[in-house]
Design a protein around this ligand. Sequence first.
Ligand code: FES
Length: 147
Amino acid sequence: MTAELAVNIAWEPKIIAFCCQYCAYSAADMAGSMRLQYPTDVEIVLIPCTGRFDVILALRAMEKGADGVYVAGCLEGNCHFLDGNIRARKRVNFLKGELKNIGFEPERIEMFNLSASQGPRFAEIARDFTNRITELGPSPAKKVRNF
Ligand code: FES
């Protein structure tokens, strides 16, 4: 067995979910309370509002080994800081273009909106995004840095 094959067999996606402390994190909490299953590959990072999300956060996460990143915030029109989620969506769309320019699949970053009562939707997003990243395979950054 080659070393590369051994690495591929052992690979599991690492996903960072930047969740706003209001709706998205509450939905994650509800998913946990309801004992809904979602992949353990998703690591939640709590942020005050998705308006706090910055492209540097996503790029740093990818640099540190994340294969995919998503941002989860309140429903449009329901951000507790008025338009944080609108600004976050613009940043995510901007980053999709930049990732494409450097040879990354833009599908490795996504924005989701959900309400605090959508625990099942939170679990569904985590499962679907994990499946997406699993199909894409390891981040191109891992091939360059070999980690
Ligand atoms: Fe949830 Fe702004 S407080 S997205």
